[in-house]
Design a protein. Sequence first.
Length: 258
Amino acid sequence: MMLRLIQNELYKMVRLKKLYIFMAILAVHAWLTAYFYNAGGEWKSVIVVPNGQSLPLTLLNSMAQFMIVFIPIYVADMITSEVNSGTLKLSLLCPVRRIEWLCAKIVSLFAFLVVLLAFSIAAEYVIGTLAFGWGEQTIYADTLYSQTEGVWLTLRLAFSMLLPYMACGMIVIIVALSATNISAAIGLSIGLLTAAQYLNIVDTLKPYSIVNQMYFFHESIHQANIAAILQNVVVLAGYLIVSYFISAIMIKKRDFIL
């Protein structure tokens, strides 16, 4: 039954129009970045070395600003809409445990993030190559890499961001389970994530900001700073575990069958 639930969630994800709208937004962002670079001006400082190899790494930080919006929209559509529309009631009429339903939603969120990350990398490679050519080397953080090293670095750093993105998504799931409608779920989630950015003001609290992790977690991976990596992983694991248990308690105790 669990496998069927996951298959159903993945099928719904593939059919969701919002997924393709998000993809289009990411592609347009990459295209506009390349366009304005060629147009000159202050955009010259955004791309250090204009080539297709380097563009995905150049735009890796900016991915977080989209995920802060995309994740709440997707989770609200996936959970809040189902709870409020009565679809959850139909699911629970079958031999489906609530915790299985929750786990299937978490798997769907993970798949959603993987698809967006994979698409953004592919689109940025294509757009960067069309705009600037493939280039001879990849540059990141003032370091030159061969073509093979650059591709591996891009994939490694990009997909390492799944951890902070999933931690963010788990926090949003709590909000989505609590919200009375989709608009409230999206608004509260984005507001919460926006407020979390103010933790960056205090240096001692900065590492505990989920938004800070979404922007900069990959940098600790790149620097291979073991102490920083361990600290960040522990923080993110804490978010994941605590959020999961809170969500599990909520879905077990609350009467969602309206």
